[in-house]
Design a protein around this ligand. Structure first.
Ligand code: ATP
Ligand code: MG
Length: 174
């Protein structure tokens, strides 16, 4: 273990949260670190990082979700169950102290929409992470998560080509 052990949060409505976390994966792999990324609310093997994972030493990527629209105002029980499954995997991975870094991609969104018990998640991330660095990404990070974090970056959207009609591009947006 590298002995990292801090809690980072990448939030905000601007683009760059997941790709910033993937940048950490690349950088840390240069030092032989082991990283697990759990992508909540996703089942899409078309993501570049999914195909690239096997080329990055020490990097594991898991998607826990299904490939369909999630109605956050009224989540389907299947989506709730998958969120819980992802969180159970995250806890197991963190407690195992097998990974230098565990990235919880879109956890912030899951917490914001109350798909997971906020108090439990906060208590766990605060007290149980040991030497594992945690990076939690997604819009709308709740205040309680920001309070316990060691680093919070708020990505601000100034412009996005999406609003000029540019659709999601291979290798840039997914
Ligand atoms: P990325 O994965 O590109 O780093 P992200 O993790 O910051 O983006 P998400 O909220 O996870 O952002 O959304 C991912 C997708 O939505 C990407 O295709 C991204 O280009 C797009 N996106 C991100 N921010 C915006 C925005 N402000 N307006 C429109 N689309 C956005
Ligand atoms: Mg993202």
């Amino acid at each position: 273990m590298k002995g990292y052990g801090l809690l980072q949060v990448y939030t905000g409505t601007g683009k760059g949260k997941t790709t910033a976390a993937l940048g950490v994966v690349l950088r840390a792999s240069g030092y032989g670190a082991k990283t697990l990324m759990i992508q909540f609310l996703k089942d899409d093997k078309g993501y570049g990082e999914y195909s690239a994972a096997k080329f990055i030493p020490g990097f594991e990527l898991m998607q826990v979700g299904r490939d369909c629209f999630v109605d956050f105002s009224n989540p389907d029980p299947i989506d709730l169950r998958m969120m819980y499954e992802g969180w159970a995997l995250a806890k197991e991975a963190i407690l195992s102290q097998k990974y230098d870094i565990v990235i919880l991609d879109e956890l912030n969104i899951g917490l914001f929409y109350k798909m997971l018990p906020l108090d439990e998640v906060i208590a766990f991330l605060k007290n149980e992470r040991g030497k594992t660095e945690i990076i939690s990404t997604g819009r709308y990070a709740p205040e309680q998560l920001i309070e316990i974090a060691d680093l919070v970056t708020d990505m601000q959207s100034v412009k996005h080509y999406f609003f000029a009609g540019v659709q999601s591009r291979d290798g840039i947006d997914h």
